[in-house]
Design a protein around this ligand. Structure first.
Ligand code: MG
Length: 312
């Protein structure tokens, strides 16, 4: 029996190519219970690059007491050497202290992370939306002066576990504030995975009305309720061409007792390969990497494609 691959049947209405923004080493590992040795993380980043992923968000310079899983950020970047110092290897930076550490490590691209809701801003950043924007202002300004590329994540865009419904206009208000700071790209996050395709249409249309076109928007969906891939395809039909995902579905969901958090990169690549959308990713090499990583973590990958191809 040959290895199953999706039959290539090009779909209409989709972009010719999509850039996958791999978040496994950062967003994935920060939400895994088990801490991973630095050399395993370095190997993961290298293997993801070798599998053809064009962008790999590598680590985070948040306070190590907040996220002990990524406390080794500087060591990881020095293990990666020059390959970790490119625009294709962004790192998360919350504040000026984090930016200083990133600059010391030779980082060329950073991501800041805001919240569309007040409750999550307080819980995740310990400050209001307004105060968090004050915190990001000098970070984005200095990063721009240093020639860095800057992404702005926005969390809770499709629902909030404490506040429930999050109005589209409220999300767009905060998105505008973040982009006005000078960020290059906005990643809209469905942090709890409750979004559905109509919601995706409405938010993208509202962002476009505010001058944030699909050429500057990436989508970050979680599969907690099985909606990540259909939401992603909806965004692609609206013209988005950058999609966040995590190899093997690394990360789980911190806001629900679910093994399923980030959209699995393999599930995304399967759909795009079948639809004739170029990603540059070698699905077989990626699945091998996720099987290896699952062994390191001591638990199976929640990705349907990894499970199907690995036969476990
Ligand atoms: Mg995520």
């Amino acid at each position: 029996m040959s290895t199953p691959l999706p039959q290539r049947e090009p779909a209409t209405g989709l972009p010719a190519s999509v850039t996958i923004y791999e978040v496994g080493p950062r967003d994935g590992l920060q939400n895994e219970k088990r801490s991973v040795p630095t050399d395993v993380k370095a190997e993961l980043v290298r293997r993801l690059g070798a599998a053809g992923l064009p962008i790999v968000e590598t680590t985070s310079f948040v306070n190590p007491s907040w996220i002990p899983q990524l406390a080794d950020a500087s060591d990881l970047l020095s293990q990666l050497g020059p390959s970790g110092q490119s625009r294709q290897r962004p790192v998360l930076v919350p504040n000026e202290r984090g930016l200083d550490r990133a600059l010391d490590a030779g980082v060329q691209a950073i991501a800041i992370f805001g919240s569309a809701t007040e409750t999550f801003a307080q819980r995740n950043l310990g400050r209001s939306i307004e105060e968090s924007i004050e915190m990001f202002t000098p970070v984005v300004k200095r990063a721009g002066d240093e020639g860095m590329w800057v992404r702005a994540y926005l969390s809770m865009c499709f629902g909030d576990p404490w506040e429930g419904v999050v109005p589209v206009a409220q999300v767009a208000d905060v998105a505008e504030r973040l982009m006005d700071l000078g960020a290059d790209q906005l990643s809209i996050g469905d942090t709890i995975g409750t979004g559905t395709p109509g919601h995706v249409q409405h938010l993208l249309a509202e962002l476009d009305r505010r001058g944030i076109g699909v050429d500057r928007v990436a989508v970050h969906f979680h599969d907690t309720y099985g909606q990540a891939l259909s939401n992603t395809m909806e965004a692609l039909r609206a013209g988005v061409t950058v999609v966040d995902s995590a190899a093997g579905g690394l990360g789980g969901c911190p806001y629900a007792k679910s093994a399923t958090g980030n959209l699995a990169t393999e599930d995304l690549v399967w759909a795009l390969d079948g639809a004739g959308v170029e990603t540059g990713v070698d699905l077989g090499a990626l699945v091998e990497t996720s099987r290896w990583m699952a062994e390191q973590l001591g638990r199976p990958s929640p990705s349907r494609v990894v499970k199907a191809l690995a036969g476990d």
